[in-house]
Design a protein around this ligand. Structure first.
Ligand SMILES: [Zn+2]
Length: 103
């Protein structure tokens, strides 16, 4: 999964194509991410008791990670990312394939 919490991502397909937003949470098992302001649905909740008003609830639904691209914090472009081993720390780091910056 190439997307992490707090990433800025761009959505590539669907009605909201081209929009960007901040990742609020990710679900690696489902390969989905919840992005602020993306895929928001309005759900009307009916009143349970008589005389009570129903309310409109806004829900942010998760989006498939395959429809999202990480916006690189270094070059500002929606970029493909890769993984590489960092020379110093010997750990896996994610990097931007556009400008080569570690993310
Ligand atoms: Zn970059």
């Amino acid at each position: 999964m190439h997307i992490r919490k707090n990433d800025t991502v761009k959505i590539l397909s669907g009605d909201e194509r081209g929009k960007t937003g901040k990742v609020l949470s990710v679900n690696p098992e489902m390969a989905t991410a919840t992005v602020q302001g993306l895929n928001v649905i309005k759900k009307t909740r009916r009143s349970k008791k008589e005389g009570e008003k129903g309310e409109v609830v806004q829900l942010t639904r998760p989006v498939s990670a395959s429809r999202l691209m990480v916006v690189c914090s270094a070059c500002g472009q929606a970029s493909r990312t890769g993984m590489r081993i960092d020379e110093k720390s010997k750990t896996k780091v994610r990097y931007c394939k556009q400008c080569n910056a570690s993310l």
